[in-house]
Design a protein around this ligand. Sequence first.
Ligand SMILES: C[S@@+](CC[C@H](N)C(=O)[O-])C[C@H]1O[C@@H](n2cnc3c(N)ncnc32)[C@H](O)[C@@H]1O
Length: 219
Amino acid sequence: MEPSRWSSVYRDGRDLFTVNAEPGVRVRGEELRVVGGKEYRLWDPFRSKLAAFLANGAPSDLLTAPRAALYLGAAHGTTASYLSDLWPSTEIYAVEKSPIAFVPLLALSRRRANLLPLLADAQLPERYRAEVGEVDFLYQDVAQRDQAGIFRENADACLAPGGRGVLMLKIRSVTQRRAVPVVIREARRTLEAAGFSVAAEVALAPFSRDHAALAVRRD
Ligand SMILES: C[S@@+](CC[C@H](N)C(=O)[O-])C[C@H]1O[C@@H](n2cnc3c(N)ncnc32)[C@H](O)[C@@H]1O
């Protein structure tokens, strides 16, 4: 097990790992491995788009720990659980709209003090901005038509100046018709018009087809 170029992420060959914040507990049936008295949790890029982003070449400062983070579209909490491993002192607000997905997210959050779940619609940030306050990292993975617009509105509501973020863009939720590069260009334009600079744009194939990850910063 060796350190990787991303803070607190380890690798063994091509496999990525985090140190398990809940030793002995699997979040989604993943492999656990004990090395040198520490338990590591396999982070599968086929199951987490953030791991796919790392595997396909995310910038090395991507996972520098923020003070607080807002995660939109947390679902059952698979990827959020890895951020919880990586950022033990960060408040990670995890927004999920589906009451069904929220049940396991809530159970996970009860075991992990840095995960703060919110049953809410990411298209209505005014409903949770007071509770979340100011964050310095925004992560979004929601399959909606106006993904860049949702990201911008949440940034306006909650992201501190100088804040960073990741937009996991699901191309076919934006449109079935326009070509993939056109959809990505439009999303970039929306973000750039809102004051973001795009630090990286990475396709997530073969792990997640039809997705691109955009790492951004707002000065
Ligand atoms: C692809 S899944 C997320 C997977 C998760 N990010 C992970 O990697 O573990 C997308 C999630 O976004 C949620 N979602 C879709 N639209 C949403 C919205 N407007 N507000 C909040 N959550 C939303 C869906 O219910 C679904 O659980």
